[in-house]
Design a protein around this ligand. Structure first.
Ligand code: PGA
Length: 244
């Protein structure tokens, strides 16, 4: 299974910078790993037109086909633009924009019927980890997100502990491995046969320094990178580590 490396730009860069940056990353890319950039929605077309070998994904989408949903982007719009992936349920969507598991489930159900591959983000808050509830929290998010989803072919799951995102405090390799293994077991329980073939990746303060340790983990099939994905040299290093 090829490793998956996502670069989540969040709400950063300007349209006038995005194309050049994407081109430089595309040039730095070497075969053997799947890399997908997640720029702000407004820059999807520019980034798509600037890369040949990297994939391009949306940071968010809405599950309804069309209509009066001010500010939203539909799955059909992404497909029409040739966008291959979308994050679903990123912790910033959950925390800042109050997306709940039910909404995330609606998005997942809709996107699994489309040509867009979802990267479903799960992760506990620090208090939940301290209370010994990390696994129960992640399991609850997973089970609700997948409720009524018939097939999970192609689905990518990102374990991103909320306390590790943007804090510089990455999970230890042992914790990342242990949760990825737990998620894999749950996926196998819910969808027999899919435990092995579903990519489970880690996100939360991944950088040029810790990628070496993370890339050795048996149950972690890649990374979702925020801050470090905005730095050409560092993201190039991360792309290199992910190779077969
Ligand atoms: P970070 O973000 O690498 O800046 O911690 C990760 C993410 O939000 O996906």
């Amino acid at each position: 299974m090829k490793k998956f490396i996502g670069g989540n730009w969040k709400m950063n860069l300007l349209e006038s910078q995005a194309g050049e940056f994407a081109k430089a990353l595309d040039k730095a890319y070497e075969d053997g790993v799947e890399v997908v950039l997640f720029p702000p929605g407004l820059m999807l077309k520019t980034v798509k037109d600037s890369v040949n070998r990297l994939g391009v994904g949306a940071q968010n989408l809405y599950f309804e086909e069309k209509g009066a949903y001010t500010g939203e982007i539909s799955i059909g719009m992404l497909e029409d633009m040739g966008i291959s992936h979308s994050l679903i349920g990123h912790s910033e969507r959950r925390t800042v924009f109050l997306e709940d598991d039910v909404l995330i489930n609606s998005k997942l159900k809709a996107v699994m019927k489309s040509r867009v591959t979802p990267v479903l983000c799960l992760g506990e808050h620090l208090g939940q980890r301290k209370d010994g509830l990390a696994e129960a929290t992640v399991k609850g998010q997973l089970v609700t997100a997948l409720d009524g989803v018939e097939s999970i072919e192609g689905l990518i799951i990102a374990y991103e502990p909320v306390w590790a995102i943007g804090t510089g405090m990455s999970a230890t390799p042992e914790d990342a491995e242990s949760m990825a293994k737990f998620i894999r077991g749950e996926v196998e329980r819910l969808y027999p046969g899919f435990g092995k073939k579903t990519r489970i990746i880690y996100g939360g303060s991944v950088n040029g320094k810790n990628i070496g340790d993370i890339s050795k983990l048996e149950n972690v099939d890649g990374v979702l990178v925020g801050g470090a994905s905005l730095k050409l040299d560092e993201f190039t290093e991360i792309m290199r580590y992910g190779r077969d």
